[in-house]
Design a protein around this ligand. Sequence first.
Ligand code: 5GP
Length: 214
Amino acid sequence: MPFPIILSSPSGGGKTTIAHRLLEKRRDVGYSVSCTTRPPREGEKDGRDYHFRSLEDFRRGQRAGEFAESAEVHGHLYGTLRSEVAKVLSSGKHVIMDIDVQGAKQFAAAFPDSVLIFILPPSADILVDRLKARGTEDAESLIRRFRSAKEELKAIDFYQYVVVNDRIDSAVAEIDAIIDAEHSRRSRIESLEPLIVELEDGIQRAIDLYSKRK
Ligand code: 5GP
């Protein structure tokens, strides 16, 4: 059964790049394109990076129950559409989401089989450099992101896995391995009970047979 995979990190953790690399690497993973009221950055495409919505339209969607979760992040609204999640899961793929910690908590409450992964930058200097390198933020919004990065770190206990994004290749490989390992989680294995019953019956038959030969 496909499951949701939530990636969260403080801004500058590198989760968006990781999500894209995973999508290139694994055919069993699809992406849920979020909605936001944030204006598009240069190079961003509506429907690919985000569904860009007006505040009014976003609010309407909230009232209509279109979102599996929604939250205000850095002064803008972001939300995961139920329809996006359903589309990916029903195609048989795991759905990967790049969402903030408030959204992760809401989403995991609605989808308890979610895998929760927190991505950490290897150092504060690197986090600051990554945020500055974007070159799209003025000082005020950078400070806002630094503050919320500090705040987001506090939510780490909520996550099942932590990946330090020192080298992108190894961070992607680690998440790749987490997804593989999650396939073997007992609660995810379909038809486990009949298989166990069949094994027990077979073993019992062997016990009976060998007992007669004694
Ligand atoms: P950015 O504006 O830099 O693309 O994203 C800012 C923050 O919003 C990131 O922490 C990102 O994970 C978060 N975010 C993106 N999409 C969603 C979403 O659908 N829901 C929530 N709760 N957060 C999101």
